[in-house]
Design a binder for this molecule. Structure first.
Ligand code: 4NP
Length: 161
């Protein structure tokens, strides 16, 4: 087997946006029959929630739409994540700044905003739903679902899959 395409989704806490992106992107990859080509993971720039499952509100919105992410566990990003992955995708601009700081002098051309792949990119950020109501989690689901489908189309073209 050739080397897998490694994709890492990054947000602040790794309990709302990035575990959802990991779960949704993996789902779309599985539906396309391409699982053997990928390694998919997520991490947080912060360490407050390490070891925890995704936020109950995010799990509920996902489960109501057929996606179970309750088995995932939060972890904090490590410096070696940056060079191990082919794409490191930040949920917002603050996450992107944190990743660039972590990279120091190393190349960051593969570190991008996740919504740079969104056909309707809006502000370019997936809004942080943590301090808001259920509507915010539903909006995050819709953004991440649309963007993860578009991301898979991009990667399939790029890697001729
Ligand atoms: P996430 O959401 O970055 O999408 O996982 C957050 C989770 C936790 C916190 C902030 C955002 N927090 O402040 O603990």
């Amino acid at each position: 087997m050739e080397r897998p395409i490694r994709i890492l989704f990054v947000c602040l806490g790794n309990i709302c946006r990035s575990p959802l992106a990991e779960g949704l992107f993996r789902h779309h990859v599985e539906m396309a029959g391409l699982s053997s080509h990928f390694e998919i993971d997520s991490a947080g720039t912060g360490g407050w929630h390490v070891g925890e499952p995704p936020d109950k509100r995010m799990c509920a919105v996902a489960l109501a739409r057929g996606l179970d992410i309750r088995h995932l566990r939060a972890r904090q990003i490590r410096p070696d994540d940056l060079h191990r992955h082919n794409l490191v995708l930040a949920m917002d601009k603050e996450n992107l700044r944190s990743l660039r700081r972590l990279a120091g002098q190393a190349d960051t051309s593969h570190v991008r905003l996740f919504r740079s792949f969104d056909p309707k990119p809006g502000t370019g950020e997936v809004p942080d739903p943590y301090y808001g109501g259920e509507d915010g989690f539903i909006e995050v689901f819709e953004i991440v679902d649309r963007t993860s489908r578009a991301l898979l189309e991009h990667v399939r073209r790029e890697y001729r899959l």
